[in-house]
Design a protein around this ligand. Structure first.
Ligand code: SAM
Length: 243
């Protein structure tokens, strides 16, 4: 039966495109791309010529139905985004839901992911971690999100745009307190850089920073807040055991 492939593409360094990913793109009938022009450049680089259809945030639902029709005609489809894994802060989720609901198989093809590269080199505890994606851009909404994460004991990963990094780190400092973090920039590229330290230190350095970046934030280490959490948890567990 026809298959929907989720193909991860490079996040900078084209040498990170796997041979399997290239073969799958060569073999499928259609490639659904977040930005067909960007994907065309990638395909040209690897001498792949293929039918491209647009699959982006603004047409995701309709486009997912269109992709399903290809599968119904027995055609294999690959979903790609501009960089990294589709679905991960990128379009693709609607396609996966639609295709699974219709009983077709979905196959992921491994590759680069900015969050994983940032996490493993951050120097912060690698698990448990919370991948959050982008925080909201409005200050009030973002601060509410950060308040909700304040006592989270897991390492947290956020994506952020360079023009918002200073404001976001100021909000993090204000709400989460001056904890350890890592700002991972330009991953897999020539000017890859990791800024590690307290938020206040990284904030100073980040004022000069350009390019793509990932924030890796230490989880809450405060015993007091943890103790409250575990007291509530113990209470819940004992009540559950009593029932
Ligand atoms: N789908 C991608 C993935 O799997 O990592 C993420 C796409 S999301 C729209 C774009 C964000 O990912 C950027 O704003 C940045 O936070 C992060 N990102 C992507 N490429 C990066 C890179 N080479 N270096 C640092 N961050 C990157």
């Amino acid at each position: 039966t026809a298959t929907l492939y989720l193909v991860a593409t490079p996040i900078g360094n084209l040498d990170e495109f796997t041979t399997r990913a290239i073969s799958v793109l060569e073999e499928v009938d259609v490639i659904a791309a977040e930005d067909t022009r960007n994907t065309m450049k990638l395909l040209n680089h690897f001498h792949i010529s293929k039918k491209l259809v647009a699959h982006h945030a603004h047409n995701e639902k309709d486009s997912a139905k269109g992709l399903l029709r290809y599968l119904e005609e027995g055609k294999d489809v690959a979903v790609v985004s501009d960089a990294g894994y589709p679905l991960i802060s990128d379009p693709g989720y609607e396609a996966v839901r639609t295709v699974l609901a219709a009983g077709y198989s979905v196959v992921p093809i491994s590759g680069a992911n900015a969050a994983m590269n940032a996490l493993v080199a951050s120097g912060l505890r690698p698990q448990p971690y919370l991948f959050y994606g982008f925080l909201k851009s409005g200050t009030k909404e973002q601060c509410e999100e950060l308040y909700a994460l304040k006592t989270m004991p897991y390492t947290m990963i956020f994506y952020e745009a360079p023009h918002r990094i200073t404001k976001t780190l100021q909000n993090c400092l204000e709400i989460l307190g001056d904890r350890n973090m890592c700002l991972a920039r330009e991953l897999t590229k020539r000017h890859e850089e990791f800024l590690r330290g307290r938020i206040s230190e990284v904030l100073e350095a980040a004022k000069e920073c350009k390019g793509e970046m990932v924030i890796v934030m230490e989880g809450c280490l405060e015993k007091k807040e943890k103790a409250i959490d575990s007291a509530i948890l113990n209470d819940q567990i004992s009540r559950y055991l009593e029932e």
